[in-house]
Design a protein around this ligand. Sequence first.
Ligand SMILES: NC(=O)c1ccc[n+]([C@@H]2O[C@H](COP(=O)([O-])OP(=O)(O)OC[C@H]3O[C@@H](n4cnc5c(N)ncnc54)[C@H](O)[C@@H]3O)[C@@H](O)[C@H]2O)c1
Length: 448
Amino acid sequence: MALAGSQSQELKQRIEDHTSHIGIIGLGYVGLPLALLFSEERFRVTGFDIDEAKVKTLNGGGSYIVRIPPNEIARAQASGFEATSDYDRLREMDVVLICVPTPLNEYHEPDLSYITDTVKALAPRLRAGQLIVLESTTYPGTTDEVVVPLLEQGNSAALRVVRGDTGKGDIYVAFSPEREDPGNDTVARRDIPKVVGGVDPIATELGAALYGSIFNRTVSVSKPAVAEMTKLLENIYRSVNIALVNELKQLCARMEIDIFEVIDAAKTKPFGFQPFYPGPGLGGHCIPIDPFYLSWKAKQFDFRTRFIELAGEINGRMPYYVVDETAAALNERRKPLKGSRVLVLGMAYKRDIDDLRESPSLTIIELLQQRGALVDYNDPFFPSVGRGRHYDLHMRSTSLDKVGEYDCVLIVTDHSSYDYAAIVRDAQLVVDTRNATRGMNSPNIVRC
Ligand SMILES: NC(=O)c1ccc[n+]([C@@H]2O[C@H](COP(=O)([O-])OP(=O)(O)OC[C@H]3O[C@@H](n4cnc5c(N)ncnc54)[C@H](O)[C@@H]3O)[C@@H](O)[C@H]2O)c1
């Protein structure tokens, strides 16, 4: 499609020439890697964050995400990358990407405050001809119903968002979901197709041009709500399938069938089956949270999302199941959970990452403590754990030298740096929620 209007043509040209200035708001697990990808392609990138400590670290050439080494920040700086908390600099940007958090509030409802705060701060600084893209995961309708009105109401220059295919208006707005999978190195970031849906076809085209310069494939959809729903479908699909294997794991345990052996056999089917693996419960900023954005929105349409609720219930019960199984394993050894020393291995929500958000380890430790266990933990990524949105632990990571002194070693996160054979050799009892001890035969191992 040929773009109508010199304003959009000019922006597209600047995107294609890699001369457009990219602003990224929110330099977390999503925003920072994205900033580095654009920098690698010689775009000038300015990152915006309200966290002054992050801004300082980045401008000093450092990194606060383990898998991003400081030399990658230095390389980006050489291409003009800088971080700032000065929102006034948003006026300089040709493109603004919003990558701020979208958690749930205490009532398990969407907390859009990070998005609304960001958009309210952006609106008075808009300039005609800018492309604004929301990347934060959210319910269908957010871009059209929340972002667009706030942008239009909040700017004194009466700038309008371009709607319809007439190309009339001043600002282009789109939604493009982030598909980052931290710790997964099997697919290069560039090979993950990027979905984009604009409020208007021109916004979609500009978005596709932008992402086409860093991703190998872009997928344009008809409107932002389709792109928003795409992201939720992907994450709900994971949540539901993980719940399915978590439930079957419990049945298989009663039937003395190894669920992992079953999954290994099932995945040899060349079509119609994708393997998902059971575990101690869901973690991270996506799978435990995003589905409930849709459940909440569905109520507005008098619709109950039963799969989402059931999957949430089953996955949410898994830490309780793990604690019950740990108590049962100790009981078999004539030990009550109360007073037993338990070493939890792994605090991060999944293998080899430094992300603690919604980690099942946090719930498991709290449940063990409530039942009187004396708990320590080890995690190479977290020397200490203090207080967060849903936890208050104040613990320090302990060494693995005295594994044999614990009544139970509970594997919650299967970091690849652990020597599982040595742990099984030295421990009195190993309760393994991740099949990390696969292939090992020892009466000391209980898999749950
Ligand atoms: N982490 C993932 O693997 C992942 C994957 C796909 C999608 N997402 C989605 O991407 C979004 C961001 O997630 P994340 O993991 O990067 O979060 P994060 O917490 O790691 O990073 C968000 C950053 O935004 C900053 N911030 C908050 N409010 C701000 C404001 N008003 N102005 C400027 N900066 C602000 C925070 O200081 C933080 O640095 C969420 O919607 C999430 O659901 C995350």
